[in-house]
Design a binder for this molecule. Structure first.
Ligand code: THU
Length: 135
């Protein structure tokens, strides 16, 4: 799966499209995400909030968990779309790190414009991974 300009835009567009389903009645901050698998599939996700605030979940983790629940473990890239093009939170970086630090993070605004592109290893230096667990 080559991460060319067309695939990049497809991934961002999927995140823009999904974002309409964000369930964010408390923060009013809608997030859309879309993760690409090595097999070329795209899984989208949105943030889903809850009246019990900590029970909510970010868009990126919804997308990754949907993919993993269908047997996908390799993610060349993930797009995240917000009104102000923010980077994934720490918890989402950690969840992504479980599946490799080479994942490219495409950060876009709500018009689908790519604002920043950065690898997970750059966003989460010194990541704790399975290698850090004793045998
Ligand atoms: N949120 C995400 O979905 N992804 C991020 O990377 C940052 C934050 C959500 C969580 C919550 O529903 C809302 O944005 C405000 O924090």
């Amino acid at each position: 799966m080559t991460l060319n300009a067309e695939i990049r835009q497809q991934l961002i567009d999927a995140a823009v499209h999904a974002r309409r389903w964000a369930y964010a009645p408390y923060s009013h901050f809608a997030v859309g995400a879309a993760v690409l698998t090595t097999s070329g599939k795209i899984y989208d996700g949105v943030n889903i909030e809850n009246a019990a605030y900590p029970s909510g979940i970010c868009a990126e983790r919804v997308a990754v968990f949907k993919a993993v629940s269908e047997g996908e473990h390799q993610f060349p890239a993930i797009a995240v779309v917000t009104s102000n093009a923010v980077a994934p939170c720490g918890a989402c970086r950690q969840v992504l790190a479980e599946f490799g630090l080479d994942t490219m993070i495409l950060i876009a605004d709500d018009t689908g414009k790519l604002i920043r592109e950065i690898s997970l290893s750059e966003l989460l230096p010194g990541a704790f991974t399975s290698k850090d667990l004793p045998e």
